[in-house]
Every structure is written in C-alpha cells, then in structure tokens.
Ligand binder design. Structure first.
Ligand code: GLN
Length: 449
C-alpha cells in the first residue's frame, strides 16, 4: 500500500506505464499469510520490484514502450521474473523506457518522457529511465532494467542511485525483448549494494531456456558480509580523462576520488587504452546490425501492429505495419543496421567491428591480469535538459563512451552515486571487474560507497 501511494503521488514523473495495484496487494496478503501460518519466507519475501517494459511477466501487457506492440500480452514469465517470484518478490508494475531500449534519455518512448525526480526539467537517462526514477523517487525498492550499452548504469548515474549491469551470461535473457542479443543483459537498480547483491543472487544462474547463461558459481550476497580489508589494484584509462566532452567537474571529482583511494593505500594507475575512440562506433555498428535482425519479427503477422490500411501486396503490408508501429529512433537503427550488413558494406563495417571487438577483449584481459578493477566516470556529463540532445543523434551516441565498453567485452559494471554537480544533479562513478567477477565488483563497491 505504501508503494502504491507513492506511485500515485508521483504520477507526473511518468515512471510506470502500468501499475499492477490489485494484484500486488493480493500477493502481499498471500505472502503475509504464508509467513504467519507456515513461517515460510523466501529470500525476497515481500520485496517490491518494478520491471522495465521489455521483460515478460505472464498475463501482463508487454510493449517495449513501442506502438508496434500495443495490446500484446506476455504468454510466459522471463526466467529472471520467475526466480524473483519464487523467492516471494512482489512485481508492482511495468516501467517506461526508450522504445526497444534504444536511447539515452527516455525521450523515445511511445508513452512520453519520464522526468528526473531531482530536477523535472532534466532527463532521467535511458533507456531504463522509468526503472531508475522509480527507485530514485522511492516508488519501489528495486527495479529491473536492461543494459545493452549503458541503459542501467547511465540512468542510475543521472538519478543518483546504484545501477548494476552483470556480466554477459550471468542472468538468463529468456523473456527479455531482444535489442542486440550479444550485448543485452538484465540489470538492477537499487539504493545500496546489499539489495542489489540479494536480487542478483536470486536471478543469476543456469537456465535451460538460454544457452548463453554462464555456469560460473552464482555470486552469493553473503560474500559481502565478510570483512574486506583488501588493498586493491585499480586501473583507469588515460584516454577516458582526455575525452573532450568530459565535464570539468566530473573530471575533477574523479581525480579527487583517485587521490583519496591512493591515500587509503590502494594502487590506482592510468593505463593506455588507444582503442577508446573506437568503442562507440563499434558498439553502434554491431548493435544496430543485431537489432535490424531481431526486430524483423515485428511485421504485423508474427508480432506487432497491423495497419488498418494495408492492402493485398505483402511488401506494402509489412512496410505499412512497420512504418506506423515503429518510432523514429528505432527506424534509424534498423536502417543503419541493415546498411552495415548489406552486401558490399558488410566487410568494411560489420566484419571490421567484430575484429575491433575481439581486440578490445584481448586488451581487457591483459588489463585484468594486472588489476582487480577498472574505474571510469559513468557518463561524461550530468543529466541534460529535455530536447537538448534529441536533435543530434551522434552527440547522444558519443555520450555512451564509458558504458558501451563493458557490454562489448561482456564484463560487469556498476554505477555508484558518489558525487553531486554544482548544478545540483547527482552523478556517479563506474567500476568494472573481469568477466563473472561480480563478487569483487560488489565487495569493492561496498568499500567505495
Ligand atoms: N544508449 C545506448 C543505446 O541507445 C544504450 C541502450 C541500452 O543499453 N539499452 O543503444
């Protein structure tokens, strides 16, 4: 009831596209009874969780915040959702996001903008903007987002909360609407490390419906409670602080933080990473290529909106359905992806980008053979105002420079809300560890918070 009241009082933020009010209350009652009668509690007994509108919850609408999926109802639970429910979580609603998780500001949603609760003239970040704001404004305890290139870490940064993108393969993607399948990962928003660790533990691990899930041991939340007196060896990319778009205050805060860590006895070193300039182009070539393929299923036959005016011609029929159903940013990416995959351009773009991705992985492994973690700002600038960047997609893409790296190489990353800008907005720092090493990531995060 408390969270439902908070949601009601904060409707103007537009964080939720649908609230499962009656059902949430019913689950809460059921869980109360279960505990009082049988003393049974799960690891998430009564924990109120919101889910981004790209994650399947059986019997509930699911639209990727797109007109093309208007009216679609999920016919099964995402494995991650099933695991949460099995441990007594209450799913309170479906959260607004950029259409098909494409964007960095939540300005691409069919349901309209989500407002940043710290300053409603500013964007919450994206694409999981609604999920971030729901936690920021106290509308649920934890939210699930998805992170293909920063969509959990970047809005967490803009909203002053924590946002974790687990390793690729940590959490099953079964029931997560695909954007770019070799990048996508369900992520978690919370207000402290322990909450995130608990939810991660529950959602992690093998799943017969997703063969890309890694069988590494599930990171246990209890591991965080052991005292951590460790001295860490940390790296940051020299080039990341030389980035021309980096806000001077963010740079200064980062440098001051590095000094503090050094004073505490940790080693923090700048390493050369000449490939940094290539991460954004590589990311946008590969993800749009994958998206153009993944989104071909929304044709008005298998899935999606069917135009009332489509005639008998099949190609006209598809064209009409997709023209009406998809928004501008999604169309831009389908075209870009189709282009980089097309005969004549494939080798110059797609193959090249795959090669860069391979190089990035090798270089990253070399870094983790010497360091426990990599630090960076999460985003080069704090939350911007609505409309400020929406007319310049390239500028919007370039702001993903610090987050896309982790998805390209499959490592876990978290944004920690450590700083405040003189303009009043919060911003964070990103920590990344080697693949499947969430335990170090979360232990170190606890130390840094
Ligand atoms: N901003 C990035 C993009 O638009 C990240 C999106 C995401 O992680 N889903 O592709």
């Amino acid at each position: 009831h408390y969270y439902l009241e908070q949601i009601e009082a904060n409707r103007h933020l537009n964080a939720f596209v649908e609230v499962f009010s009656a059902e949430a209350v019913e689950s809460a009652r059921y869980l109360d009874n279960l505990r009082s009668r049988e003393g049974m509690t799960g690891k998430l007994h009564g924990v109120v969780i919101g889910i981004k509108d790209v994650i399947s919850f059986k019997g509930h609408k699911l639209s990727a915040s797109s007109r093309i999926l208007e009216g679609f109802t999920a016919i099964y639970n995402a494995s991650a959702v099933q695991y949460l429910l099995d441990e007594g979580a209450i799913i309170i609603g479906r959260q607004n996001c950029d259409e098909f998780a494409m964007g960095s500001s939540n300005e691409n949603s069919a349901y309209g903008n989500v407002l940043n609760a710290a300053d409603t003239s500013r964007v919450p970040g994206g694409s999981s903007g609604g999920s971030a704001v729901a936690v920021q404004a106290g509308l649920c305890m934890v939210s699930l987002g998805s992170d293909t290139g920063g969509s959990v870490r970047q809005p967490a940064d803009f909203c002053g909360i924590l946002g974790l993108k687990p390793s690729y393969g940590r959490i099953s993607r079964y029931g997560l609407i695909a954007y770019a399948s070799s990048f996508d990962q369900i992520g978690i928003f919370g207000i402290n490390v322990d909450d995130i660790a608990r939810v991660l533990e529950v959602m992690s691990g093998a799943d017969e419906f997703d063969s890309t899930v890694n069988d590494a041991p599930v990171p246990s939340a209890a591991a965080l409670n052991k005292p951590d007196e460790g001295i860490y060896k940390l790296a940051y990319f020299k080039e990341s602080l030389e980035h021309p778009g980096l806000d001077p205050e963010i740079k200064a805060s980062f440098e001051a933080f590095v000094k503090r860590l050094t004073a505490e006895g940790h080693t923090v070193e700048a390493v050369d990473f000449e490939l940094l300039d290539y991460v954004v182009p590589t990311y946008y070539i590969l993800t749009t290529a994958e998206a153009s393929s993944n989104l071909s299923r929304y044709d008005g036959v298998k899935f999606g909106h069917r135009s009332g005016t489509a005639g008998d011609d099949l190609s006209v029929f598809y064209k009409q359905n997709r023209s009406e159903g998809f928004g501008k940013e999604v169309k831009r990416r389908i075209m870009l992806g189709t282009f980089v995959l097309s005969a004549g351009y494939y080798d110059a773009y797609y193959t090249k980008a795959q090669q860069v991705r391979q190089l990035l992985s090798q270089k990253t492994q070399a870094i983790f053979s010497q360091y426990n973690a990599i630090l960076s700002p999460t985003v080069p600038s704090p939350a911007f105002r609505f409309g400020e960047k929406s007319n310049d997609p390239i500028e919007m893409f370039l702001a993903d420079i610090y987050t896309v790296f982790a998805n390209l190489v499959g490592i876990p990353g978290i944004s920690l809300p450590l700083f405040k800008h003189s303009n009043g907005m919060p911003f964070g720092m990103q920590v990344m560890t080697s693949q499947m090493d969430e335990v170090t990531l979360l232990r170190l995060s606890k130390r840094l918070m």
